[in-house]
Every structure is written in C-alpha cells, then in structure tokens.
Design a protein around this ligand. Structure first.
Ligand SMILES: Cc1ncc(COP(=O)(O)O)c(C=O)c1O
Length: 399
C-alpha cells in the first residue's frame, strides 16, 4: 500500500492527526471531487437534467460499485439516508409479520438506536428481546446461542430475528459474524447485521457471512460523505419482504387503484434523492476498491494493534476493549482524569478523536459500568508519525 499517495489524496491529514474514522472519517479528494462535479452540473442545468445526463453513473455504476464492495448483486442494494434509516426500514418492515410473544435475539453490545427500536416493538406488538450469552471475551458465544435457540424453540417460542452489530462503536470487539450466520441459517432465522463500523474497514462478503440483511453508513470507515448509507437485501428475502413504507419509486402505480412492488432492493428507496451525496458514496466505494479492502484491513490491523499496545503502556490509562479479535476502535480511560478533559487536551494539539459513552451500547454500559471513554479510531491512512504524536501527547495528558 502506497501510504504517501494515500495521504497525498487527503491533504487535510498533513495538518493534524485524525483518529475518528468511527465517527466520520476524512474523505479522500476523489470523494469531494465526485460530489462537486454533480453539484456543479446541477447548478448549471438543473437537478433533473443533470440526473438525466448522468443516469448511467448514478443509477447503474454506483450500484455496481456498492455491490462489489460487499460481494452482493446490484439488485440487492438500496441507498438511503443513513445506517439507522437502513436498519429501521428493514426492522420495521419485518415487524409487519411479527406476533405477540415472538422473540428477537441480540447481543449485549447492540447499538443504542437499535435498542430503542427493540423497546418500541416490545411496547407496540409485545415482541420480546433476549440477549445472547457472551463468551469470556465479551463476544457472542455461538455455542450458547445455538443452545438458546433450541431451548426457546422447545418452549414453543417463535424467534423472528437475530440482529447483531458486527463491530460495536463503543469498544474494539468484533462479533463472529460468519459463525452467527451459520447458526441463523441452520435454524432458518432471519439475520440482520449492522455493519456500520465494519464496511470500509473490513472486507465484507455478505455471501460468506450468510446474512439476510446488512446495513451501513457512508461516512465512517468507508470515507464517504455524511447523509447517506445503504442496505443489502438478499435475493431470497426480496421474494417476500414488503417495505413498511412505499412511494411510487418503490412501487409502480398500475392505474389508480393498484401498484406493483419493485423487484429489486430499491423498493426501500424513495423517489427523491441527494445525488451529490450519492456521487460521493460512489467515489468512496471506488476508492476503497482501488486501494483494496484486504490491504485496508491488513494495514488497519497493524496500526490499531500497535497503537492499542502503546496506549496500554501509559501509566494510569486503561484499555476498555473487549474481544479476542479486535477492530480499529480503541477505547481507554484515565484512572483520575475525565475523558472530556483528556480529549480537550489532545484537540489543542490537533489530535482528533471522540468520546465513547454508554448511549452507543446501553446494555454494555449497564454491565461494565465504566466511566466515559476516549475512543481512538485510526484508519489505514494514519502513519508512524501520527502514532508517535498520539503517544507523546497522551503521556503528557495523563500526567
Ligand atoms: C454500530 C453502529 N450502528 C449504527 C450506527 C448509526 O449510524 P448512522 O448515524 O449513520 O445512522 C452507528 C453510528 O455510530 C454505529 O456505530
């Protein structure tokens, strides 16, 4: 991997140390240029005419690139406003078929917004959520999950969904997505993977994972713009899934009294879209594919492992990450100083990261009862100088 070239494609990285890819990464120039190009064309000829001129890019090539990134078919992709929108569209559409007493399985590390949706369907439909047991590393214990499904089924329960966050945003754990997929498929249970922190970080292969649905955002490790995300809907699910909301893009009016559902995943989209942002997503996917997802993952692992180990050496700072295998999300806290205070100190030195609070994984927050944490999320574009500077300044901040 040519790190110098990658950094040259992202000039902002020369003036700061940026380690907040889990919040919103810095986009490379082609992403900005892709968006600026469509914006410029729209301002020149009007949005509808610009769309007509670039239909091939915006309606065909974009979907081909997104699909390629996760090894799906273009017909299995829908682009929406955010990861949460994608997840909710799937979740509340599935909920149309649920009945009182049905069960959803999820993990201790589920994302806070998803947890609100669980509580909401519990209130609305009396659908219950059960937490899958963790193993000694805090990951989903797949054997225990298999047994839990057997037990619930033997007790006459109907398990309607397994919903899991692949890489939680509040610590560096990675859930065993493929093994979960094997068990979900064995029991014929729908599997929804929230891959918001893993797309762009890890070489996602939906066929290997065996998920029915996958949802993610553009702005995090994929390095796209804010304000869009996408979902994968497997061809098998497309045979039956009915979106809970539809307009005349998701369905075609057949006279005034009937409609025909779109055959592809775009039944989850609406007619009006931000094409500027879509051009940014397209450029971000192409950029990641050009660099190579396996190379990105390998480099990210080297950077994160080294940084996590160096942070762990600093007196009074404790690493708060779970997981046997870990992502580029590194969380830690100081014994006596607040993370907010530490963050301010680091920002004064132009080191940008984030705080990780319990709201992003409330069940984990209740379980571990840790203080608010600092969250470093480096990416493949961070170099040795970045790591040295973080360690140097963090040592001073910790004193
Ligand atoms: C695991 C996980 N899921 C979902 C989301 C929500 O993403 P968005 O803000 O794009 O809706 C996040 C955001 O941090 C996340 O970390």
């Amino acid at each position: 991997m040519d790190i110098e070239q990658i950094r040259a494609d992202t000039p902002a990285l020369a003036d700061m140390v940026y380690m907040n890819a889990a919040g919103a990464a810095i986009s490379p120039e082609p992403v900005y240029n892709g968006m600026a190009f469509i914006l410029d064309e729209e301002s020149r000829m009007g949005g509808y005419h610009a769309h007509a001129k670039y239909t091939q890019e915006l309606e065909v090539e974009l979907y081909t690139s997104v699909a390629k990134l996760i090894n799906a078919k273009p017909s299995e992709i829908a682009i929406v406003e955010s990861a949460t929108t994608a997840w909710q569209k799937v979740f509340y559409s599935l909920a149309l078929t649920w009945n009182k007493g049905d069960i959803i399985l999820s993990s201790t590390l589920e994302y806070g917004a998803n947890l609100v949706a669980f509580l909401h369907v519990k209130k609305l439909y009396n659908v219950d959520v059960k937490i899958i047991p963790d193993n000694e590393f805090g990951e989903i214990d797949c054997q225990a999950m298999d047994a839990q499904i057997d037990d619930l089924t033997a007790a006459g329960k109907n398990i309607v969904l397994i919903a899991v966050s692949h890489m939680p945003s509040n610590n560096g754990l990675i859930q065993p997505a493929e093994q979960i997929g094997k068990i979900a498929n064995k029991h014929n249970i729908i599997y929804l993977l929230d891959a918001c922190q893993s797309v762009g970080q890890y070489p996602i292969n939906v066929k290997k994972i065996g998920c029915d649905y996958l949802t993610t955002t553009s702005r995090k490790f994929l390095r796209g713009p804010r304000g869009n995300g996408f979902m994968y809907v497997s061809s098998k699910q497309l045979e039956t899934i009915q979106p809970n909301v539809l307009d005349f893009f998701g369905a075609e009016l057949d006279g005034a009294n009937n409609y025909k559902l779109r055959k592809d995943a775009r039944r989850f989209e609406q007619w009006e879209n931000a094409y500027t942002l879509r051009a940014g997503l397209h450029a971000a996917c192409d950029y990641a594919l050009d660099v190579g997802m396996h190379k990105i993952w390998k480099r990210g692992q080297i950077v994160a492992t080294k940084l996590r180990a160096a942070i762990a050496e600093i007196p009074q700072i404790h690493i708060a990450d779970l997981g046997a295998q870990q992502s580029s999300i590194i969380t830690c806290y100081h014994e006596n100083k607040s993370s907010k205070e530490m963050l301010t100190f680091l920002e004064e030195e132009k080191i940008y990261l984030a705080l990780a609070s319990d709201s992003s994984a409330p069940w984990d927050g209740e379980k571990r009862k840790l203080p608010e944490k600092l969250r470093f999320s480096p990416h493949y574009y961070n170099d040795e100088n970045d790591m040295d500077k973080v360690i140097e300044i963090l040592k001073i901040a910790a004193q």
